[in-house]
Write a protein that binds this ligand. Structure first.
Ligand SMILES: [Zn+2]
Length: 648
């Protein structure tokens, strides 16, 4: 025998041993109701062994074993799967299309689906979900489960659909080694020796009668009543008159969930009318699984904290600690007094809180107000200056332009716009409270000695801060204006001002409020707020420029605008950049006379991303709107920074 042939034989022998081990292993798992591979995968192993070693002892000794796997059987009802709504928004969108007069809401039981087949009122077969059309016939185990009448009071021929479940109590008492009730139930129901089947319950929710005996019910409500009459355990069903009522009911059940006897992972919502054609679809459209989300939780509002940021006074809800999306949450955003009123929130209200990407979760809806719920007091006066607050429903704020809250916020804003990071908020607060730094120009007269007397810090650190403040910075007029934190005038609005021709500080300070009103995007209120805001900070603005604390970049001439392909263009960034932080890239755009947008809208010129194939919302939107999508290298090239490359 040549070496090649011997080598080939060795390879086959080793594969045979491997297959023997695999088949024994999976045979054992299957027997214990814990298969790790599908029947098809098992068959493939079997067939491979039979083809390379037809005389193998394993095939002969356990030749009957393959047939010992559960026999297959065809369903009588289509076992489709439901479309899902993961949050109230998508549920309401679906409900608006359906516009049922009545919504039937059932628990979505978290177990294993099962079809119970009856002939002339006699139970004949229990078939697992399988691939939706054909499943395992595990009748011998099903007859030992609870909730399966062997004889019905009527000669019904057809199928009843239910869920095989293990109760929480049984799981805790006997099967605590299994991760959860569903895993435990799935394993037990398919054990070949039938052990433990008596610990499983079947709860039913659907049925289909066969002609000629016909269907003994014509609506979903009649169907549920019929199932009960026949002696099945039936899923709890609630009737809701409107989609909103369904949303409120879901919140209530989410709260109760932990105390229910079985695991549920949402609700199933359907209308009362039975549409056999729709029910027969692999994905029926007339019902939906309204799932619970790990990003939602129910808790109790125990207090409200009013936080001041600039002139706005914002309510923060204090809630009983609750686990949400992997973290413990104790505070939730309440947005504004209008939200408190609209939801009728009170102290002790049960509420749904959600966390969908936001840093602070928000209070989404009210579940219920207990009788001892107390009204939430909305502050009437500014805690900083005592002025009466203005309650605009969507916003509560101190109207006093000289409010210290406003002044402090302006300093913070300035430091962030001008990009001076070394002054911590604790130090700034102390300088402000002591009256040493109240206006922006005060920052520029700070000395090393000042800093050392306000905060314990090294000489070097103090010198660094002073150097940083005094490093004369060049800023765009838009940044300069935005840094003064005038009501409603952020960088974006300031850019509009500049684009409208107010491109020097003089032009801006000489304009009347009615001039501003004609600018695109400026309504009367914004125009007046800008005009009045400018009057308040005019002197400080002039002082900064006159003393040379900062330099405002001269307006772009038409010629220089033509030179930079970035000037006048709108950019939006998505995903990470390789050579810089996003904030730096945005600064580069602004410095070159371009604009930065936070979302993809039709006036966007470029979406910058290093992963144009990612399924992100921004990418998708940009493609829809045919907006140019460029990568970081192309972006840098536009800025004339070709060689700034990957060296970082
Ligand atoms: Zn105030």
């Amino acid at each position: 025998m040549s070496d090649t042939v011997r080598g080939k034989d060795d390879a086959i022998a080793s594969r045979v041993r491997e297959l023997e081990a695999l088949i024994r292993h999976h045979q054992e798992l299957y027997y214990n109701g814990e298969p790790e591979i599908s029947d098809e995968e098992f068959d493939a192993l079997w067939d491979e062994l039979a083809s390379i070693d037809p005389e193998n002892a394993l095939l002969a000794s356990v030749g009957a074993d393959r047939s010992e796997r559960w026999p297959k059987y065809r369903h009588r009802m289509t076992m489709g799967s439901l479309s899902k709504a993961a949050d109230p928004g998508s549920f309401l969108a679906w409900a608006a299309k359906m516009s049922f007069g009545l919504y039937l809401v059932q628990y979505k039981l978290d177990g294993a689906s099962m079809e119970l087949q009856y002939d002339e009122g006699r139970f004949v077969r229990g078939v697992t979900r399988g691939d939706g059309e054909i499943g395992d016939d595990i009748t011998q185990n099903v007859v030992r489960m609870n909730g399966v009448p062997r004889e019905l009071p009527e000669p019904f021929t057809g199928a009843v659909r239910g869920e095989v479940l293990m109760s929480r109590t049984t799981h805790a008492e006997k099967y605590a080694d299994k991760a959860n009730c569903r895993n435990a139930a799935n394993g037990l129901m398919k054990r070949k020796d039938g052990k433990g089947a008596e610990d499983l319950d079947i709860i039913c929710y659907d049925a289909l009668g066969f002609v000629p005996s016909g269907s003994p019910f014509s609506t979903e409500r009649e169907k549920i009543a019929w199932l009960e009459r026949m002696g099945f355990h039936v899923v709890p069903t609630t009737e809701c008159k409107s989609p909103e009522e369904v949303v409120a009911y879901r919140a209530k059940i989410m709260d109760l969930r932990a105390s229910l006897p079985y695991d549920i992972d949402g609700l199933v919502v359907k209308g009362d009318r039975i549409d056999p054609e729709d029910a027969n679809k692999l994905r029926p459209e007339l019902q939906i699984a309204f799932k619970f989300s790990p990003e939602e939780a129910v808790t109790t509002l125990v207090g409200v904290e009013w936080s001041e940021s600039g002139t706005s006074v914002t309510p923060i809800g204090l809630v009983e600690p609750v686990r949400l999306a992997g973290t413990t949450v104790q505070r939730a955003n309440l947005a504004n007094p209008g939200m408190i009123r609209a939801m009728d929130l009170r102290i002790r209200s049960k509420v749904v809180i959600t966390k969908r990407g936001e840093i602070i979760p928000k209070i989404e809806s009210l579940v219920e107000n207990p009788p001892d719920a107390a009204p939430i007091a909305i502050p009437t006066h500014c805690s900083l200056c005592g002025a009466p607050l203005v309650d605009e429903d969507t916003r509560l704020y101190c109207p006093n332009p000289a409010c210290p809250g406003k002044a402090y916020h302006r300093l913070e804003k300035w430091l962030s716009v001008i990009d001076i990071k070394d002054i911590g908020s604790a130090l700034l607060r102390r300088l402000f409270d002591a009256g040493r730094v109240v206006r922006i120009p005060d920052l520029y007269s700070l000395t090393v000695e000042d800093l050392l007397s306000f905060e314990r810090m090294g000489d070097k650190s103090a010198q660094k801060i002073i150097r940083n403040i005094r490093a004369q910075r060049e800023v765009s007029l838009a940044q300069f204006v935005a840094g003064f934190d005038i009501e409603g005038i952020g960088v974006l609005m300031a850019e509009k001002l500049v684009a409208a021709g107010y491109d020097t500080l003089d032009k801006l300070l000489l304009a009347s409020w009615s001039d501003f009103e004609h600018i695109d995007g400026f309504a009367e209120i914004t125009a007046k707020a800008l005009y009045q805001g400018l009057r308040l900070v005019e002197a400080d603005m002039r002082e900064l420029v006159d003393k040379g604390c900062v330099r405002i970049r001269p307006p772009m001439t038409a010629a220089s605008e033509e030179k930079s392909p970035v000037a006048g263009k709108n950019f939006c960034f998505t995903g990470e950049l390789a050579t810089m932080k996003r904030a730096e890239a945005e600064k580069l755009v602004r410095d070159a006379g371009g604009f930065v947008r936070s979302s993809v809208t039709k006036d966007l010129d470029y979406l910058v991303t290093n992963d144009p194939t990612s399924g992100s919302e921004k990418n998708r939107r940009a493609q829809e709107l045919s907006i140019s999508i460029i990568d970081e290298a192309q972006f840098l090239a536009m800025l004339g920074r070709k060689d700034s490359g990957r060296a970082g």
